[in-house]
Design a binder for this molecule. Structure first.
Ligand SMILES: CC(C)(COP(=O)(O)OP(=O)(O)OC[C@H]1O[C@@H](n2cnc3c(N)ncnc32)[C@H](O)[C@@H]1OP(=O)(O)O)[C@@H](O)C(=O)NCCC(=O)NCCS
Length: 169
């Protein structure tokens, strides 16, 4: 059974493996393999401390997925979500997103924002099914900066998109 819980410090070294494994999903996709840049462990440690890093833990309490978020320009920003390749497609990503949504509602954030690939099934369409809508990338400076950062890192601007979900009770 998979349990979603807040991350603890000893989870952090495992999350790089989760991310590298998750990125395998892109092999053979329309965007090709997306080289996974490891999430900065210092950032993960910081988010662990601020209780905005959650993991999906297996029976042995080992993380098989995580979602890392932080406030950005009044948004609650999803910096990274990853689920190990062998655990994808079982609803874990959806549960991680729901956890974040509950937290954002609880904390009174008006929106959740993220940058993703528009046409990859487990990116844009997945978030759309959760109520996210694509917006113009330059509408909010914080999200625009994230979008531009991806382009600087070599991603195709025509395939990336900014999505937000408006929080309402
Ligand atoms: C995005 C991700 C975290 C979703 O986690 P997950 O546990 O697979 O999510 P779910 O099981 O809730 O499935 C989400 C949707 O994506 C689909 N999906 C997930 N993995 C898939 C795959 N490898 N191939 C095709 N579809 C896939 C699911 O079928 C589901 O679609 P549906 O709701 O139409 O059935 C995970 O797929 C992942 O780590 N991907 C690689 C990294 C990545 O893309 N991160 C997000 C960057 S914005």
């Amino acid at each position: 059974m998979i349990r979603i819980r807040l991350a603890i410090e000893t989870d952090i070294p495992v999350l790089d493996d989760v991310e590298q494994s998750a990125a395998q999903a892109f092999i053979g996709s329309s965007v090709g393999y997306v080289e996974s840049r490891s999430v900065d462990p210092n950032l993960l440690m910081k988010l662990c401390g601020s209780k905005t890093l959650w993991v999906a833990a297996d029976e042995s309490n080992k993380p098989v997925g995580f979602i890392a978020c932080y406030p950005l320009d009044g948004f609650f920003y999803v910096h990274e979500i990853s689920v190990s390749r062998e655990c994808q497609g079982q609803g874990i990503g959806r549960r991680l997103m729901n956890t974040v949504e509950n937290h954002a509602l609880d904390q009174g954030y008006p929106y959740i924002g993220l940058v993703t690939f528009r046409d990859i099934r487990w990116n844009g369409p997945f978030y759309k099914s959760l109520g996210y809508k694509e917006i113009s990338p330059d509408l909010y400076s914080g999200l625009h900066n994230k979008f531009k950062e991806d382009i600087r890192n070599g991603m195709d601007p025509t395939k990336r998109c900014v999505m937000i979900k408006i929080m309402e009770d």
